[in-house]
Design a protein. Sequence first.
Length: 108
Amino acid sequence: MSLINNFIAQYGATVIYAIITAVIGYLGIIIKNTLRQYFSEKEKREIIKNAVSAVEQCCRDKHGEEKFNEATTSVKKVLRDKKITASDTEIRIIIESVLAEHNDAFHK
């Protein structure tokens, strides 16, 4: 019993500090990943919004699916350059959302 008490007396604080450090480190990783995902989503939306605006400005002679394809191509290039992943479905959904906002603002 005195061996255990001796060990705890000598190394107990060190073990507790190591456990606390591991827990804080783990929480830091969770917070970092959550914030990265949030800002990544925000950045995706901003990139897509800018691409849609650019296509609306530059490609007045194109319509419908042609404009959509032009915006999708631009968005994919920018996202790839920034090393942000997004599926085709996600890009399509955000483009449609941005277009709906753009059209609502235009018609008011």
